[in-house]
Design a protein. Structure first.
Length: 145
């Protein structure tokens, strides 16, 4: 074989190898993602979908979470951020796709409330505290917050 032909074959094989490697890495990333359903019956979720991390709604949520850490823990409430519908750890739920805002998801995995406004944050604990399972939790384990 000519030298140019050998170089062409090696170059082609290198391109195929790189393409396969990239596809394998993408497959591994997808396999490592989880459904938010892994939290069903163990945690409540506060999902937020934003267009960027400078978003006012996102900044309000971060501040609120820090200021109310104990209340989040007490209510088994976990915050999960999606940016433009994408999260590296979780698959995007259908209800999050193509919509920005916040969703409160109950133990059963269903959406309890949705809002595009940060004032929702100041109602969220009252909403949760009215839920039947939360009522039982409060009777059995009074809040330490």
């Amino acid at each position: 074989m000519g030298k140019i032909k050998k170089i062409s074959i090696i170059f082609f094989m290198l391109i195929v190898f790189i393409a396969c490697q990239q596809e394998i890495e993408e497959s591994v990333q997808i396999m490592q993602k989880s459904s938010i359903n892994i939290y069903n019956w163990n945690s409540r979720l506060l999902l937020i979908n934003i267009d960027n991390t400078e978003n006012e709604l996102y900044r309000s949520l971060l501040t609120f979470q820090i200021e109310n850490f104990c209340e989040f823990e007490d209510r088994k409430l976990i915050g999960i951020k999606f940016e433009n519908g994408i999260n590296n750890a979780y698959f995007t739920p259908d209800f999050v796709s193509n919509q920005y805002g916040m969703w409160l998801v109950g133990y059963d995995g269903t959406v309890k409330e949705f809002s595009e406004d940060h004032s929702f944050l100041y109602q969220i604990f009252d909403i949760i505290d009215e839920m039947p399972m939360r009522q039982i939790e409060m009777q059995n384990n009074p809040s330490t917050c």
